[in-house]
Every structure is written in structure tokens, then in C-alpha cells.
Design a protein around this ligand. Structure first.
Ligand code: KG4
Ligand code: ZN
Length: 391
């Protein structure tokens, strides 16, 4: 089954085509094409993602990215002689993309010239994320589904981060995930521990009560005068500090590390960094390095401690990590060490290219959901939902 995935939940616009096989029991995938455009440079000046700007950028980039992904998948063929869509179809597309007029125009300018690709369904992120941004992808997916008469599968972005590990970097068939699995999702918007009893069977067992861990990285980076997104900068400076001194020169709290649940809290840790900075006569490079290191250690230790508890409690046979923060070398290392403490536990880390937001994971989610429900629907009544939960 070939699925076209669309992702616009935050500041990444992406389109992918993935072929899935093996059904719900032993799914495996082949990447046929992926085109992604990151808006990070655009949002950098605001120190965070600005929703209306994200929406505009998605509208501008979706059609060119679709063309690029189809080309990579060798699905473009020879361009049709720039046929025009029939007036009735034009009307439908314009009505659907009423709030994204720029997208409607580029859609109608390009789509009629593209031969209908041999795909079986379209999968699109419906949440969680920034609603204005999500709607662009949702409306685009609906427009494509009308244009090509294909079913659309509404997909959960967080499920996407979990199933990312089904397409490892090396092309060989991946090792299969053994259940139950525990998944820790760490990104700019989320910090969740999820119990995965089988594919398409998820239960959130813990989550952050305030800031997401990636958000804490970004906010702490800002306090330390580092650019957005802050995660990679903190990580680099923390490593420099470790090379300079054997032990951390700072002491920050490890919030909720010992509590009897699977929840997290990062805002106290962030505030502790703020006070440390405020108490300094001036924020010199050495203090920045030292605070970056201690903050990274504190966040890592809390993530590891709660995940360890979840593995023990649920007798997990696999540990799946997902989300942009898994790019952090210290965190990757700490989780490898954690997994080594449990003989037989399989550790799954997403390929670096799939750890941040992408459309491949959405296409894979579409396959999993289609395999679960066994029939694809042509209904296009679903909505974007910024607060969508995994269930
Ligand atoms: O999953 P993602 O790409 O987007 C969201 O859905 O949020 O995650 C982005 C987050 C940002 O907060 C960024 O600072 C963080 O991932 N991040 C990192 C690193 N690379 C990216 N955090 C810590 N260390 C890193 N190396
Ligand atoms: Zn994400």
C-alpha cells in the first residue's frame, strides 16, 4: 500500500510517499519520496513559532513540496499539456481552500498538469499542533482527495513520532518491536510517556504538567543568550563544559524525579536557571557552559528515571524514543545505558532525519491506522484539533 503523508503541525512543511507492507503485526516500510521545508530561520527572529506566519509558509510551500516528493518517487511522469481543471472542480477546490487563497491558486496552476499518482491513500496530521498551521495541511489533503478521488486518513502527530522507528536509517528490514513497549516522546511541544500494547493501541501514562522538555531547552537557551531553537546550542556548550571540568560546578533541581507517577515538570528547573542567571554579576561564557551542562544533566536524569520506572512497572519489552529532543547526544547516550540495564529490552531510536517533524512518520501512521480499521473512508468531515490526544 502506498501512502502520501502531509505534515504541517508546527514549523515544518513536509510531504512524503511511503510504501507499507506486512500489516499490523509486522509492518515495514520503504521510503519512496520525501520533501521537507523548515521554517526555523523565519521564526528564529521571534524566538519561537509564530502561528499565522507558519500558516502562510505552509500555504506557500505545500504544492512545490508535493511536486518534489512525487518527482523523487518517480511518480511525476511526463507533464500533461497543462490541462485546466474542469470549472466544477475549480469551484470545489477554491471553496475548500477559501482561507488559503495562495494555496488554491498554486494547486489549480500545477495539479491539473500532474498525472494521478499510483497511491492508495493520503494521510494528514490533524493534531496535536498549532491549529492555524494544522488546518492548511488538512484542507490541502482534502483538496487532493477530491481531486484524485482518494481516501484521507486523519493522523495523530504523536503516533507519528512513535512509529518513526519503523523506518530505520539503513534500508534493511528493521528488528520488530516486541510488546508491551514504552515510548517516551520528547519534543518542543510534548513530553509524554506512552504505553504501547500493540501498534495502534496507545495509552498515555504520564506527561508534563507544564513545559515540554524541548520548550525548556529553548527557554533556558534564551536566558543564556543562545539562539532559537536552543537544544543543539545547549548540547554543544554542555559538552564543552564536560571537557573542561570533571564535575558540574552548578546544582539545579531534578523536579518530580522521585514522585510516584509518570508525570514530568520542567518549569521549576527553568526558573532555577533564571535565578542562577539573575544572581550572577555578569553572564560570562564559563557560567553559560556550566549552566547548560547542569540543565542538560538535570533534564536527562528526570527523563531516564521516569522511563525506568515505566519499564519496570509495565514489564516493557521495547523502549521507543521519539521527537526532536532525541537528537540530543547526551540523552541518546543515557537511554542506551538505561536499556542496557534491562536484559532483553529492545531500544528503538528514530533515524536522525526522522527524529524531528517530518511527513514520513505521518504516512507510516496512515498505514498503521488503515491496517487497524481495515477499510478506508472517503469522508472528509474531520477537523484539525490542536489538542488531540493519543488513545
Ligand atoms: O519534534 P520537534 O522537531 O518539533 C516539535 O514537535 O516540537 O522538536 C523540536 C525541539 C526543539 O525544542 C529543539 O530545541 C529540540 O527539539 N532539540 C533539541 C536538540 N535538537 C533539537 N533539544 C536538545 N538537544 C538537541 N540536540
Ligand atoms: Zn513533533
Amino acid at each position: 500500500m502506498k501512502i502520501l503523508g502531509i505534515e504541517t503541525s508546527c514549523d515544518e512543511t513536509a510531504v512524503a510517499i511511503v510504501e507499507g507492507k506486512g500489516g499490523l503485526k509486522a509492518p515495514y516500510f520503504k521510503l519512496l519520496g520525501h520533501a521537507i521545508y523548515s521554517q526555523v530561520a523565519i521564526h528564529e527572529q521571534y524566538g519561537g513559532v509564530f502561528p499565522m506566519l507558519a500558516k502562510r509558509e505552509h500555504s506557500k510551500n505545500l504544492v512545490p513540496l508535493l511536486e518534489k516528493a512525487l518527482k523523487e518517487a518517480k511518480m511525476l511522469g511526463r507533464p500533461a499539456k497543462s490541462k485546466k481543471a474542469p470549472p466544477e472542480m475549480q469551484k470545489k477546490i477554491r471553496a475548500l481552500l477559501e482561507r488559503e487563497p495562495e494555496l488554491a491558486e498554486s494547486f489549480l496552476a500545477l495539479l491539473p498538469a500532474i498525472p494521478r499518482p499510483k497511491i492508495d491513500a493520503i494521510a494528514v496530521t490533524v493534531g496535536p499542533g498549532l491549529e492555524p498551521a494544522l488546518w492548511v495541511g488538512v484542507n490541502f489533503a482534502k483538496a487532493l482527495s477530491i481531486f484524485w478521488n482518494l481516501p484521507v486518513i486523519p493522523s495523530n502527530h504523536m503516533e507519528g513520532h512513535i512509529v518513526s522507528v519503523l523506518l530505520p536509517e539503513k534500508k534493511s528490514r528493521p528488528e520488530s518491536v516486541s510488546f508491551p513497549a514504552v515510548s517516551l516522546l520528547i519534543s518542543g511541544g510534548h513530553t509524554e510517556l506512552v504505553l504501547v500494547k500493540a501498534w495502534a493501541n496507545y495509552r498515555i501514562i504520564g506527561e508534563t504538567r507544564d513545559d515540554a522538555v524541548g520548550e525548556a531547552f529553548d527557554k533556558v537557551a534564551r536566558m543564556l543568550g543562545l539562539p532559537y531553537p536552543g537544544g543543539p546550542h545547549i548540547s554543544k556548550l554542555a559538552e564543552e563544559d564536560r571537557k573542561r571540568r570533571p564535575k558540574s560546578a552548578w546544582k539545579l533541581p531534578r523536579p518530580m524525579i522521585g514522585t510516584d507517577d509518570f508525570d514530568f515538570s520542567f518549569s521549576g528547573l527553568k526558573t532555577a536557571v533564571l535565578y542562577s542567571v539573575k544572581n550572577l554579576p555578569d553572564l560570562d561564557k564559563d557560567s553559560v557552559r556550566g549552566l547548560a551542562r547542569e540543565f542538560e544533566d538535570a533534564a536527562t536524569e528526570v527523563l531516564v528515571a521516569k522511563t525506568r520506572k515505566a519499564i519496570e512497572k509495565f514489564g516493557a519489552k521495547s523502549l521507543i524514543l521519539g521527537g526532536g529532543v532525541t537528537a540530543n547526544a547526551r540523552i541518546r547516550h543515557a537511554f542506551k545505558a538505561l536499556a542496557a540495564d534491562f536484559p532483553g529490552l529492545k531500544l528503538f531510536l528514530p533515524a536522525p532525519s526522522l527524529s524531528t517533524d517530518n511527513a514520513v512518520m505521518i504516512a507510516i501512521t496512515g498505514f498503521i491506522e488503515a491496517a487497524k480499521s481495515r477499510k478506508l473512508s472517503l469522508s472528509r468531515t474531520f477537523k484539525a484539533d490542536g489538542n488531540l490526544k493519543l488513545s
